[in-house]
Design a protein around this ligand. Sequence first.
Ligand SMILES: *[C@@H]1O[C@H](CO)[C@@H](O)[C@H](O)[C@H]1NC(C)=O
Ligand SMILES: *[C@@H]1O[C@H](CO)[C@@H](O)[C@H](O)[C@H]1NC(C)=O
Length: 318
Amino acid sequence: MDDNRKKKPALLPLLCLAVLTLLSDQAAAFNPRMLFLVKPDPIVLNDHGGELLTGNLTVNLLFYGRFTPAQRAIVADFVRSLSAPPPPLRTNTGPSVASWWRTTSLYRGGGARLRLGAQFLDARMSLGRGPLSPANVTALAHAAGHHRGAVTAVLTAADVLVTPFCTSRCGVHGHARGGAHGKARYTYLWAGNPAQQCPGQCAWPFHQPLYGPQTPPLVPPNGDVGVDGMVISLAALLAGTATNPYGDGYYQGEAGAGLEAATACAGVFGSGAYPGFSGNLLTDPVTGGSYNAVGLGGRKYLLPALWDPTTSQCKTLV
Ligand SMILES: *[C@@H]1O[C@H](CO)[C@@H](O)[C@H](O)[C@H]1NC(C)=O
Ligand SMILES: *[C@@H]1O[C@H](CO)[C@@H](O)[C@H](O)[C@H]1NC(C)=O
């Protein structure tokens, strides 16, 4: 497999960076409750007029804690697929991951083209197993890369504690300031592997929900409840980052706690969704996995519906 992941043991200057990044920031959470509560009313996200992410955007991945190569490949292939050109041979297995991401190009400014940047492995957990605070997560993102035109995704392994994980959030995206004079704004996000700590909250619909209407769990498309669940959070957070990077883009409700591109469509993955039912999806005939988008190499993903600003509806691919 083509593999450009780099080992970077040098996450050492974290302590001073933690101080530096206390200048941060506002963050918008991907709330577990929102996963299964389909909103009955039409939602309108207001455009607050602030800067959105457009042009070429690099997504750096920081794997914190133990991830298997197979788990990292699920995530990296997803990011690589977001702005990938259509495959030379049209396959019939379903809509592309790139067509899912294209909904973000309907927002003001025309959206961003994403490419996979550096992949950092912090398997030894430079800040310990946790609990990590939001400031610690910001510091990790800062150390891994903080420049305009990049978003760094901090992904924590199943046994890493991050507060507050599970009870109020499956992940979060935010922005902070860095650079020589602390003036440059950069974006980052965090998503955790919920397999051990809260699959019922953050890996729905691949796990029985902790509350709400009970439906049988779906088979995850890559056979990994935690990582396939984490990809849902990552997808939602990337869409929120692109369309509301600095807290003054598209959202409804309270700044920092409002509904964004994906959270406005919580619980919706396919057509005909209702509370507890994620919608009509495609099924892999071999694995039985449920999916709605296909990435590079034919890899399958289940991705959340995104709010379409041209129709004010949640757009599903299937
Ligand atoms: C974005 O990247 C593409 C492909 O690498 C390149 O052709 C294009 O010029 C870049 N656009 C900007 C605005 O830098
Ligand atoms: C994590 O963040 C807290 C503040 O939220 C700070 O007190 C602590 O020193 C940080 N831990 C590390 C290892 O940097």
